[in-house]
Design a protein around this ligand. Sequence first.
Ligand SMILES: [Fe+2]
Length: 646
Amino acid sequence: MGGLLRPPVMIPDERAARQGCGVPKPGIGASDLAEVIHSNESNEWVKSAILYLGMSARISASRQAPWRLLSWPFRHIRWKIVLPYAFLTVLLAVVGSYLATELVTGSLEERFKNQMAEAGRSVSDKVVHKEREHLETVRGVAFTEGVAGAVQAGDRVALEALVQPIAANAGVERLEVLDARGNRLTALRLAATDSVTYEPVSDSDVPAEWPLVQRILQGESDGRGDKYAQIIETSDGFVLWTAGPVFADSGAAGVVLVGTALESFVRQTKAEALAHVTVYDFAGSPLASTFAINDAASAEEANLDMSAAVLDDSIEGTVVREQRSLFSRNYDLLYGRLELRGQVVGLYSVGLPTDFIFNAGSDTRTRVMLLFGAGMAAVMGIGLYLTHQLTKPILRLVRTARIVASGDLTVRSGVISGDEIGILATSFDEMTDKLQLQHLSTIRALTSAIDARDPYTMGHSVRVGQLAMMLGRQLGMEEKRLAQLEIGGYLHDIGKIGIRDAVLLKPGRLTPEERKIIEDHPAIGLAILEPVDLPKEVVQFVEDHHERLDGSGYPRGIRNEQVSIHARIAAVADMYDATTTERTYRNPMSPGDAFDLLRSESGRLLDPRVVDALAAILDEWEERRRREPALRGFRLPDLELPKVSV
Ligand SMILES: [Fe+2]
């Protein structure tokens, strides 16, 4: 008996989602669901989602629509694990990126502000330092022996010989000595920085008119002494001058002027401040700048004029910071007063490009986001993989349960693991084993009841079931269909229960009326099986196993395409077994003769493909018939002896 039980079909992923062989239970789109699942066999995720949709549809029908949408993902165990974890990962990545970027840009801005302030201090220090250099040179000239005399005497040659070494020693750019009336006695300009050589200045400037010179010539003196500093426009451009008197025994004999060109001053200052430096007059117009204000082409791009508000605040001594676009770049400018000897001699600004902060911030943001993004992707990928591994057996078990619930007892989850899920799956498979065994046992009992009535048909139903299954396998049908063929074969003559013994067991040939009664057995079988929830293929087998392709069969007389493949296989299996077994009205035919008979009807009554399949398996089938007792008829033990005695 056990040999007739086919091994259970392990549910492969490709087939797991298929609808079972049973008639689908009324529910939410069960058949539609099966179709969709069928068409997506290769995509396990899609199958899972669709199956879950089917399951959750019932639950969700009782809930409010908006909540249903929001909570839908959480009905799937995979997303219940992944979504909170994904949400936290994204949150961490976003907050982390923001904080890291803020920290970096905040630090950059702080450093930038410090650098601006430091640059401003550098300018102030530089001008004081420059004045100190000037003053040392002024004093050096004024107190050099012979200078006062030469000035008084108007001896230009002697004076130049005396002052030039002092100028060279100090490296000053401009040095002039005036007599007591303000006339130039010596005017030197640094001609070559490397060799520290000087050349005489012959321009139309009139130093005597310069305010700081006039104050000295008039013998003025303030709280800081008798020396003055001022920015003066000369033929060579703006020069920062420091002036002091030359005293002779008789009093003031002349004036010493030491100067540095503003252009040179801002260049030197830029090197120390590491920022662009601009010096302005009190009207806010730039006098010298390390920005290319002298370049005509660039001048339009770089408007360095101070705005009125900035100018007023700067003159009052307020440190003003301003953003300005120069040469298509954004700069931050810090304004301050240029003070010498407690006097404001002009205004200045230091400028630093702000682009690098933005660029650095942007770079940092990009890097941090890439870093967090890669980390997040890795975490999500690993999480999804682990979740997938964890939930795969659960989903497989869910699919198996649904197929079993739909009536297909041939599937098994096949989940093998030692954890709780594995134990659950094994228990479920064992439970399905028992269900299938009980199911087949019940059918076998019915089959025995059919065969027990007629000793000549002993084992006929089992053989038809087994032969039909072999034919189906030879035709390439899938396991689920083979199970239907087997059950169909077992039950195909169940309608004979309803035929009177006088007709069913009548020896010899039947009258036309009796034959008519016998031909009712498919319809009776159909009526018996109607309340049973059997697959339609099994029902077709029972109802149509006497139908023929040419329409000469019964009970419906259907033909060609109207005859299902199950009915065609049933016809061949039934006819072959009937002709090779003994009947009251004739002896059994040999397998070869029986096959020849079937071959002669191939194409007319029988499907040629099925007949060909029979040819292929004929030897194997006959071997089975000889070897397997069950194929010679199984019956209830108490019925076995009387049957044999007949
Ligand atoms: Fe029959």
